[in-house]
Ligand binder design. Structure first.
Ligand code: ATP
Ligand code: MG
Ligand code: MG
Length: 362
């Protein structure tokens, strides 16, 4: 049993702790928030992510350190690593935090990415649009999540408004991919080098926010997604769970972004896989043998965004598991998710649609 330090105490930290406590571990979280979700499950050091004293305290008190939030300063990871082991480390974090570095890195491994240009001014943007064409999507290089800090540019006339919407932040212009669908893979590599790959998830987004992940039996994207994920994990000497999001177009995968942590599109594994992504992340950072990543039956994950429908109605549907992060409701905020399981794909879809109706009516 280990005392695990986690930087960040949001819902991902909560679910890591739920899995870890079951295995006999205990947790301390570093997070600046008042009563963040995971704080109910361990001790919280309430401090900013760049507070050197707090980071040193976390590093010294715990047996090993991990993170559940990817936008902590890289210097925080470096300062923890002077005292103790932290997985994942500074390198994957620094690559994933900057969309330009991320695309450069993926491309350097031969993983396809959308055409892109770094953009630091409105003049840069006009030049980049000449090369990339329309439609294109302008994103902040750093700190974006749930589609925040993004603007679609359909014609030259949109450029100035898109640039000012990002309020002068360093940006990236990407070709808008007319994808057939979006998929992601959750992969895990242990401190011993062992790797495992979950079944690919098919993701649907609305307004840039993930709302549904389906696990399709024998997904045609599995082989390529696994192949690319293996390259990324090995290339980084990565330890822990990582997710990579892709666009699929005419059967080809184009990587969108990578997340050096447990991921929303892997939440289905709590009820739909032999071993959850949370348990496997902890097994990986501890150098323990990884658990099997196969799915058990069929599964759909639905996010609860902004409001949570009455639990009784959802739970009356067979195969439904409700996960609640205990957060204050707010429009556009991820408050929880529902994993819908069933012995057949057809039954799973029927049940998921019943839950969807309750979510839409809430
Ligand atoms: P996340 O919450 O997944 O971290 P994010 O804010 O980092 O989101 P992205 O994943 O880059 O943003 O984009 C959000 C969604 O916007 C994508 O899942 C996709 O639906 C759409 N999108 C982003 N980039 C492109 C692109 N180049 N072409 C087409 N659609 C795109
Ligand atoms: Mg992202
Ligand atoms: Mg994304």
């Amino acid at each position: 049993q280990a005392h695990i330090g986690v930087i960040g105490a949001g819902q991902l930290g909560q679910m890591l702790a739920l899995a870890g406590i079951a295995m006999g571990h205990r947790f301390t979280f570093l997070d600046p928030g008042a009563q963040p979700p995971a704080a109910r499950l361990g001790r919280q050091i309430q401090a900013e992510y760049d507070d050197e004293r707090a980071l040193a305290q976390l590093a010294v008190e715990c047996d090993l350190i991990t993170l559940e939030f990817e936008n902590i300063p890289v210097s925080a990871v470096e300062s923890v690593s002077r005292h103790n082991r932290i997985s994942p480390g500074a390198k994957p974090l620094s690559i994933a935090q900057d969309r330009v570095h991320e695309k450069q890195y993926l491309a350097s491994l031969g993983v396809p990415v959308a055409a892109y240009r770094a953009v630091d001014s409105l003049a840069d943007l006009h030049a980049a649009l000449q090369e990339i064409g329309y439609p294109a999507i302008l994103k902040t290089r750093r700190l974006g999540y749930d589609g925040k800090g993004q603007a679609v540019i359909r014609a030259a006339d949109d450029a100035a408004a898109a640039w000012s919407a990002l309020s002068g932040h360093a940006a990236i212009l990407e070709q808008m991919i007319p994808f057939d669908r979006e998929v992601s893979i959750v992969a895990v590599r242990s401190a011993s080098g062992e790797m495992a790959f979950y079944p690919v998830g098919q993701n649907r987004h609305e307004g840039g926010i993930l709302y549904r992940t389906d696990i399709l039996p024998n997904d045609p994207a599995q082989a390529d997604a696994t192949h690319y994920a293996r390259r990324v994990l090995e290339g980084l000497d990565y330890v822990g769970v990582m997710a990579i999001e892709f666009f699929e177009r005419q059967g080809q995968l184009i990587a969108n972004e990578m997340a050096p942590r447990v991921h929303n599109s892997g939440h289905w594994t709590q009820n739909g896989a032999v071993t959850s992504q949370f348990e496997n992340h902890l097994r990986a950072i501890l150098g323990w043998p990884l658990g099997a990543t196969e799915s058990v039956g069929h599964c759909v994950m639905l996010n609860l965004i902004g409001t949570i429908p009455a639990r009784m109605g959802m739970l009356a549907i067979p195969g439904v598991h409700v996960h609640d992060y205990g957060k204050e409701p707010r429009p556009g905020r991820k408050l929880g998710h529902v994993n819908v399981t069933a012995p057949t794909r057809a039954a799973c879809i029927t049940r998921a649609e019943a839950v969807s109706r309750l979510i839409q009516g809430a």
